[in-house]
Ligand binder design. Sequence first.
Ligand code: FAD
Length: 392
Amino acid sequence: MSDLAALADKTRAFIEREVQPVDDEFDGDVEAAGGDTLRVRLQEAAREAGVFAPHAAVAYGGLGLGMEARAAVFEAAGRSLFGPMALNINAPDEGNVHLLEHVATAEQRERFLAPLARGEVRSAFSMTEPAPGAGADPSALASTAVRDGDAWRINGHKWFITGADGASFHIVMARTSGEPGSPGGATMFLVPADAPGVELVRHVGTQDRSMIGGHCEIRYVDVVVPGDAVLGEVDEGFRYAQVRLGPARMTHVMRWLGAAVHAHETAVRHVAGRRAFGTRLAELGMVQQMIADNEIEIAATRALLLEACRELDGGGRAARTTSIAKTFAAEALHRIVDRSVQLCGGLGVSSDLPVARIAREVRPFRIYDGPSEVHRWSIARRAVARIDGAAR
Ligand SMILES: Cc1cc2nc3c(=O)[nH]c(=O)nc-3n(C[C@H](O)[C@H](O)[C@H](O)COP(=O)(O)OP(=O)(O)OC[C@H]3O[C@@H](n4cnc5c(N)ncnc54)[C@H](O)[C@@H]3O)c2cc1C
């Protein structure tokens, strides 16, 4: 067995032993299960088990895995809704670690990346705004940052900011030039969550319950940060967002694939054991069709995911392959989990089995990290541009 397969096996065993029982007891509700107290306890257990922070560089206490190498390990972690949190590979922290490794200065790494990678703090990525601000179309960005001597003054209104309650810092996207609608002019800022003017308005109530720190509405009111709070270059924020988003989309696919496979295996176990109409449910043609469709879509999701990961590992932007994999996966995983609910009958919608809670958690993935429609739009535009280019 390769080292990687052994690590994936070890991760799966750790999740089954230490994490799934808590997930089951609290029906995947992370706040009810203890919030940050639970996070600290599970992360300590993951460290002891040797499975903590597989994504982070070795210098920051991680295992330093590339994208393709992560896939099986993240999938194993994703089998429990609390698994990614236990390994410190939850969104948005995992994507923020990646972004900081690529863009932050040495001082910023020491101050923000190192404690984040070690699990000492949490973070938020703050981009989406209420209408008419940034949403599916990031260029509508309306939050602003203006120079104030050597410092910057940030004003803005954001929402759906995952993990913001309890985060130690936010990576805030604000406009430093242009107008809402201009394609450039955004800058990323590292903003301590306790800076004067950072106001947590409320938790936006959403159907999912496994993301620590909720999805928050935030106001930034005359928040003053020093010049060295700029992450990367001024006006390059949209470019860095792509550095973060390509890999972050794929790690979301890995984690949700693990959850969907767990739902599917639960369903197959149910129909293999339950008898009706003089036979096992698993012998009935329509049941077999659902099982087979799940197997096909799991395999197809893995294949598309690995293709995009290889391109990312090779240094490519992988804009097309990550868009295709993300769109297919978000929809296929939803179908897989929905069929799993159906196969389990009444138990499928109960809290006795994990499938109903997985269905609840996986649905928003078709909206965040780019709604399916926006990805389809850009996939189609690229295809047309290829034909136009060839015709010239
Ligand atoms: C659970 C969850 C967690 C999130 N976490 C974060 C976070 O941590 N940080 C953050 O900044 N944001 C976060 N978001 C916000 C998320 O990124 C946005 O919801 C997403 O970008 C869509 O923006 P919107 O909600 O404003 O939808 P809108 O922009 O209002 O779009 C609504 C719908 O319009 C359709 N649409 C839009 N554009 C097109 C198009 N070109 N063609 C066809 N149809 C189109 C799509 O169906 C889309 O779903 C989160 C959202 C959710 C649900």
